[in-house]
Write a protein that binds this ligand. Structure first.
Ligand code: N01
Length: 493
C-alpha cells in the first residue's frame, strides 16, 4: 500500500492533521484506533518523518536513549545502538505509518498555507498547495524546529562555493579534500563535525558560544541483548520505566534551577573536556561561561577529540563578513574556504509567521501572539476553536523524551474529538481566563529557572527574552494536567 495520491477529500473532515513526524503519526494512529473519521494527514515534505526525514546530515542522531524513543503504542524492540541514529528513526516512522494503516490517509508534498475559521459552519477552511479542504478540527503536528535560521552576516549571499544549512544537507557535494567552514556549535554541529572532519583538507569551526558537553557512552546493542529484550516483555517495560526515571529525576532534583547540583554537573563536564583536550588554550576556549543547563546540554564522545585533529581549528573571533572566498573576522584575519555549512539552528516561530491562521472575529494567530507565543497547556489558543497544537509553546523539554509530551497532547485533542463525535458539541474554544491562568503560572515558574538566570541567551527565548519553548516542570506533572481536556476550561457550543 502506498501513500495516497488521491486529491484531498472535499470534506468536511473530522480532523486534518498537519505533519507526518512523531506527533502527526501519533495523532493519526489514535484517531484510527478511536474511529475518528474521516481524517487526513498532510505533509509538506516529500517523505514521511518530519524533522527525521529532513535532517540527514552525517551523524544525525537523537540524544534520548533508543528505548525511550518510540511511541508507547508502537514500541520498537530491536534498536541497533543505545542512542538511535537518523536512518533508523526515519525507517521506524515510515514502518509505523505503513503498519498502522496510515498510508491511505497521508498526502505528501502538501503544504498548508492558510486556515480560516468559518463560524457559521463551525469548521476550518484550509488552503493547501494541493487545493482547499474543510475540516471540523485541525491538529498541528508541525513542531518548531524546521525553519532553518540563517545568520544575518553581511555578504552571506556572496560566497562563491557551495553553502548549505545542516537541515538541508547537500549530499551531492563531495566534501573530501575541501576546506570546510562550519558556523555554529550546537546539537547539530557536534554530531556532523566529527563525521566530516577526517576527510577534509581543513575544517574551521566558528564558535560564538561554547556549549556544555557531557559524555554520551553510545555503543551498539549486541544481538544477544536484542534477543533477550525481545523475549522478555516485563523486562522491556521495566527498562523503559528505568530510562524514563533516570531522565525524569533531574526535574525532581531541581535541575531546572541553578543549584549545588549544577556545580557538580559542571564538574563532570569539565572533566570530560579535560580528558579529551590537554591543550590549555583550546580548553579555555571550549569552557562555557554560563551555567550548565541554561542552553541545551549536549552529549558527545567524539566532538572534543575531533578538535584535537591537526586539520581542524576552532575559531572564536567574531565573524565580520562573508566574502566570495571565505570569512573575514572582526580583527581583519581571513579564512579561505571551499564550502560553508550553517549549523545555526532554527527559527521557532517560523511556521506561525508564514502560515496565515484566522480565528474568530478575523483575529489572526500572528495578532494573538504579537506579545509572544502562548497556548493553554501548549495546545489550545483562545479564539481559535478546534485547533490543537502538538509540541506547541512551552511544552519542549530539556531533560526527557518529547514523545512523552506528544502522547499527552494527542490524548487531549482526542478527548475533544471524541466529545464532538459522541455528543452534540461542535466547538471547543479554550476560555481566555483558563489560558491566561496557565500562561501566568508557567511564566512565574520560569522566572527563576536556569534558562532565565543561567547567564545565557538561547533559542528557548523569544525576542522579548521570554521562554516560550520549554515546560518548566516534570513530564509527570504535565501529563497529569494535559492528558484529558476538561470541559470547564473550554467554551463549548
Ligand atoms: O541549533 P542551535 P542546532 N554567528 O540553535 C550559532 C534539536 N536537535 O541545529 O550559541 C555565529 O542549538 C549558535 O551560537 P550561540 C535540539 O533541540 C536535537 O544545533 O547562539 N554563530 C549555536 O552555536 C537543539 O537544541 C538533536 O552563540 C551563530 C549554533 O549556531 C535544536 O535542535 C540533534 C550565529 C546554533 O545552535 C537546534 O540545534 C540536533 C551567528 N550569526 C538538533 N547564529 C538531538 O539529538 C547562530 N549561531 C535530538
Amino acid at each position: 500500500m502506498s501513500v495516497s495520491d488521491a486529491p484531498l477529500p472535499e470534506g468536511p473532515l473530522a480532523v486534518l492533521i498537519v505533519g507526518s513526524g512523531f506527533s502527526g503519526l501519533a495523532m493519526g494512529i489514535r484517531c484510527r484506533q478511536a474511529g475518528i473519521a474521516p481524517f487526513a494527514i498532510v505533509e509538506k515534505g516529500d517523505g514521511i518523518g518530519g524533522t527525521w526525514h529532513e535532517n540527514t546530515y552525517p551523524g544525525a542522531a537523537c540524544d534520548i536513549p533508543s528505548h525511550l524513543y518510540s511511541l508507547s503504542y508502537v514500541p520498537k524492540h530491536d534498536w541497533s545502538r543505545l542512542y538511535p541514529q537518523q536512518p533508523e528513526i526515519a525507517a521506524y516512522l515510515r514502518d509505523t505509518a505503513r503498519d498502522q494503516g496510515l498510508l491511505p490517509h497521508l498526502h505528501l508534498r502538501t503544504a498548508v498555507t492558510a486556515a480560516t475559521w468559518d463560524e457559521a459552519e463551525a469548521l476550518w477552511r484550509v488552503e493547501t498547495s494541493r487545493g482547499p479542504v474543510r475540516a471540523r478540527a485541525i491538529v498541528s503536528g508541525m513542531g518548531g524546529l524546521h525553519h532553518p535560521a540563517l545568520p544575518d552576516i553581511p555578504g552571506r549571499e556572496s560566497f562563491a562555493g557551495p553553502a548549505f544549512h545542516s537541515a538541508g544537507w547537500d549530499h551531492a557535494r563531495d566534501l573530501r579534500g575541501k576546506r570546510i567552514g562550519v558556523i555554529g556549535t550546537g546539537a547539530s554541529a557536534i554530531q556532523f563535525v566529527p563525521e566530516i572532519a577526517p576527510g577534509a583538507a581543513h575544517l574551521t569551526l566558528f564558535q560564538r558560544t561554547p556549549a556544555w558537553i557531557m559524555p554520551k557512552h553510545d555503543r551498539p546493542i549486541t544481538e544477544r541483548a536484542k534477543r533477550s529484550y525481545r523475549g522478555l516483555p516485563l523486562a522491556r517495560r521495566l527498562f523503559r520505566l528505568w530510562l524514563f526515571w533516570i531522565h525524569e529525576i533531574r526535574a525532581f532534583l531541581g535541575f531546572t534551577k541553578v543549584s549545588r547540583l549544577t556545580g557538580q554537573a559542571e564538574g563532570l563536564a569539565r572533566r570530560h573536556l579535560a580528558k579529551a583536550v590537554p591543550d590549555k588554550d583550546l580548553r579555555a576556549k571550549l569552557t562555557p561561561r554560563y551555567r550548565l543547563g541554561c542552553k541545551r546540554v549536549l552529549i558527545s564522545d567524539d566532538f572534543y577529540p575531533t578538535l584535537m585533529r591537526p586539520n581542524v581549528s576552532l575559531e572564536t573571533g567574531r565573524i565580520a563578513r562573508i566574502t566570495p572566498s571565505g570569512v573575514v573576522l572582526e580583527d581583519g584575519a581571513t579564512r579561505d574556504l571551499d564550502v560553508l555549512v550553517y549549523a545555526t539552528g532554527f527559527d521557532l516561530t517560523g511556521s506561525f509567521r508564514t502560515l496565515h491562521v484566522v480565528g474568530r472575529g478575523g483575529l489572526t494567530l500572528r495578532q494573538a501572539w504579537r506579545d509572544g507565543m502562548g497556548a493553554f497547556q501548549g495546545i489550545s489558543v483562545s479564539g481559535f476553536p478546534n485547533l490543537f497544537l502538538l509540541m506547541g509553546p512551552n511544552t519542549g523539554l530539556g531533560h526527557n523524551s518529547m514523545i512523552l509530551m506528544i502522547e499527552a497532547q494527542v490524548e487531549h485533542a482526542l478527548s475533544c474529538l471524541r466529545a464532538m463525535r459522541n455528543t452534540g458539541v461542535r466547538v471547543f474554544d479554550v476560555k481566555p481566563e483558563a489560558q491566561a491562568r496557565f500562561l501566568a503560572d508557567v511564566q512565574a515558574r520560569l522566572a527563576d529557572s536556569i534558562w532565565q538566570t543561567g547567564g545565557c541567551t538561547s533559542w528557548y527565548q523569544d525576542d522579548k527574552g521570554r521562554n516560550t519553548a520549554l515546560w518548566p516542570g516534570s513530564v509527570l506533572a504535565y501529563r497529569r494536567g494535559a492528558r484529558r481536556a476538561r470541559l470547564s476550561d473550554y467554551r463549548v457550543s
